[in-house]
Write a protein that binds this ligand. Structure first.
Ligand code: PMP
Length: 360
């Protein structure tokens, strides 16, 4: 019997997709071998990666002047790969709204000039910066943001007012595919797969074509977006199983009605959980400004931290796992990605209410 897995990532995947992958593991579509065992250059796998790209394009409405790349090294490698490819001797702006954008900012400093356009660190990353607290360089090569901070539970529903002509580069690792996004507003979108897309080991980059071809001369070929785009993400052997599984997820989301339908389900789940926190009379608390509370990652603390261990023990008894908060913020965190069912959120809310009734 499966548990309710609230892990921040690698995270729960849709059961129907896992079952489909299991059924095809040894023999994919009657060809007598599984996806993991076949050449990436053969027509079977080529068909898999092409379908995955086409389905992702359909899901997100990706315009024709954007390339979709299936890469490796996680979102962390993108922290370096982005400046290598886009700085072109110029300077880039970073908005720091949590641990992940802070890491991206720090890593980029190794590759050239980067500026801090604004940070909410003084407020412990519990709100987004006001427009007045951001200052952008109109000649920046790009402006980097993290649209969902996985650790702090802060999500951007509106983009910062970046000067016209400065491409926005967004780390969407922990909320890509959770709702419709207007891809045309971004120069580059990237996301590690292990939350809403599929297994760890795959990272997806969606990049506007005019940003290609500016990589620093020392950039390894395998890290040069232009080279990877020319080679259909297959300059080297790609993470074939991850791409296959991502493709199954994309089909699954399309069958659910696409991202507008997925968003409605995510809104309902998030509302249930935040209502339980806010309605607990202070027993549970989420510190994030209501306007930017994440629908995917919900950190919360118990008023009495001495009860944390008992809460987690009762959660485990009820087969709810992955609720321990990130060590940097403490408390709890419930990650409620696309594949977490509303039943899972209900089970968590029941535990929270029951626990509070006994311990308050
Ligand atoms: N960015 C965000 C928003 C993340 O949540 C994570 C991982 N949790 C990363 C970057 C780093 O991803 P990876 O471990 O795949 O390099």
């Amino acid at each position: 019997m499966r548990i309710f897995n609230f892990s921040a990532g690698p995270a729960v995947l849709p059961e129907a997709v896992l079952e489909a992958a299991r059924d095809e593991l040894l023999d994919w579509h009657g060809c007598g071998m599984g996806i993991m065992e076949m050449s990436h250059r053969g027509k079977d796998f080529t068909g898999v990666i092409e379908a995955a790209e086409a389905d992702l394009r359909a899901l997100m409405g990706i315009p024709a002047n954007y390339k979709v790349l299936f890469l490796q090294g996680g979102a962390t490698l993108q922290f370096a790969q982005i400046p290598m490819n886009l700085l072109a001797g110029g300077s880039a702006d970073y908005v720091v709204t949590g641990s992940w954008s802070k890491k991206a900012f720090k890593e980029a400093q190794r590759y050239g000039a980067v500026r801090l356009a604004g940070t909410t660190e003084a407020g412990k990353f519990t709100a987004l910066p006001a427009a007045a607290d951001l200052s952008f360089d109109p000649s920046a090569a790009y402006a980097h943001i993290c649209t969902n901070e996985t650790i702090h539970g802060v999500e951007m529903f509106d983009l910062p007012a970046v000067p016209a002509g400065v491409p926005i580069v967004a780390d969407m690792s922990s909320h890509i595919l959770s709702r419709p996004m207007d891809v045309s507003k971004y120069g580059l979108i990237y996301a590690g797969a292990q939350k809403n897309i599929g297994p760890a080991g795959l990272v997806i980059v969606i990049v506007r074509e005019d940003l290609l071809g500016k990589a620093a001369p020392t950039t390894p070929s395998v890290l040069d977006y232009a080279v990877m785009a020319e080679n259909g993400s297959m300059l080297n052997t790609p993470p074939t199983f991850g791409i296959y599984l991502a493709g199954l997820i994309f089909k699954h989301l399309l069958a659910q009605g696409g991202l507008a339908a997925v968003e409605q389900a995510n809104i309902a789940k998030a509302r249930l959980l935040y209502d339980a926190i806010d309605g607990s009379g202070g027993f549970y608390r989420n510190p994030v400004d209501v306007a930017c509370r994440s629908r995917m990652n919900v950190p919360f603390t118990l008023a009495d931290g001495a009860l944390d261990a008992a809460f987690l023990a009762e959660a485990a008894e009820r087969r709810l796992s992955g609720l321990k908060g990130h060590k940097s913020v403490g408390g709890m965190r419930a990650s409620i990605y696309n594949a977490m069912s509303i039943d899972g959120v209900r089970a968590l809310v029941e535990l929270m209410q029951d626990f509070a009734a006994r311990k308050a």
